[in-house]
Write a protein that binds this ligand. Structure first.
Ligand SMILES: [Zn+2]
Length: 318
């Protein structure tokens, strides 16, 4: 029988847990609130309960599992299985999550990795990166994250913080980023960065359909895309800039990691057609020719299941 693992996508607001087959099918899954404010013990209890629930739904026991994989926000230490003060998980200061789960469920193979690395490995095992030894995954949503698969392995670096690509500096005196630094890739090219630039323009008095779409609230990334699709000049300019910033980021990544394939996921990637050409034209200008020429850039494939599938993938990887 094919091996089965349980993938747990631990997020700041929800926990998604599913039983996953070796060929990347999710058999059963549950989604519950994290209730992160209740602290690590309560959240770990809910993770365990979610695993027991999907096992029961699937008529399985813990001993039927090949392993459990957990994708979580960082920073964390994947080797030690420890979460070290994740921003979205208050109170998680050096929590040995892997040991706690092993102990509670009496299972040996439990793996932890940050959610972007897990997603990258999920796309590598089950999705668009299948069989591609040098592969890079980028998620563009409220932030920008990424994972690098190099020679078939996730690149972790010295303490699991490699490929924090959202925080490479693309403008050394640029706007302040969530991480405290200035001019990070994420501060420009994430959905949040795009919305910030849109609000700045409109607050300076620029006319745009984005204002009407946003109503009384601030402009969001989705309003920029919708207005651009309807021909709004300012929104179109902002989307063009989005493509430019992403192209700059991609060129850096091509030069650093020399991947054969870059897959783009996350909410903003659903609008990839709007900025793909500008992004590639910019990357072509800025990357070294051989790193650009070998590299295809495509949408990620796993969609909404990527959290659970990515977490499962890291448990399949011994
Ligand atoms: Zn940053």
């Amino acid at each position: 029988m094919s091996r089965l693992v349980c993938g747990v996508d631990l997020g700041g607001t929800k926990i998604s847990t599913g039983i996953v087959t070796e060929d990347g099918k999710v058999l059963n899954s549950v989604k519950i609130p994290t209730l992160a404010q209740e602290g690590p013990d309560a959240v770990i209890g809910r993770i365990v309960k979610s695993i027991e629930d999907v096992l029961a739904m699937s008529n399985l026991k813990v001993s039927d599992l090949y392993g459990i994989g957990i994708g979580s926000p960082g920073p964390l230490d994947a080797d030690k299985g420890v979460i070290m003060g994740a921003v979205n998980l208050p109170g998680w200061d050096y929590i040995p999550l892997v040991d706690r789960i092993k102990e509670k469920l009496n299972i040996d193979n439990v793996k932890l990795d940050n959610d972007a690395n897990a997603a990258a490995y999920g796309e590598y095992l089950f999705g668009v990166g299948k069989g591609i030894r040098n592969f890079l995954y980028i998620t563009i949503s409220t932030g920008i994250g990424g994972g690098v698969v190099t020679d078939g392995k996730i690149l972790h670096g010295a303490n699991s913080n490699a490929a924090e690509i959202g925080h490479i500096t693309i403008n050394f005196d640029g706007p302040k980023c969530n991480c405290g630094n200035y001019g990070c890739f994420e501060a420009y090219a994430s959905g949040t960065g795009l919305a910030r630039l849109a609000n700045e323009e409109v607050n300076k008095g620029a006319e745009s359909m984005m204002k009407e779409l946003a109503g009384d609230g601030p402009i969001k990334a989705e309003h920029v895309f919708e207005s651009a699709r309807k021909g709004d000049a300012l929104a179109s300019k902002l989307i063009d800039n989005e493509g430019f910033y992403l192209g700059v980021g991609l060129a850096n990544l091509m030069n650093l990691y020399n991947p054969e394939l870059i897959a783009i996921g996350g909410g903003v990637s659903k609008q990839l057609d709007m900025f793909y050409d500008k992004m590639m034209e910019t990357a072509k200008k800025k990357a070294l020719r051989p790193t650009f020429e070998i590299c295809k850039v495509v949408p990620a494939e796993l969609g909404d299941n990527i959290g659970v599938l990515g977490a499962a993938a890291i448990a399949f990887n011994l």
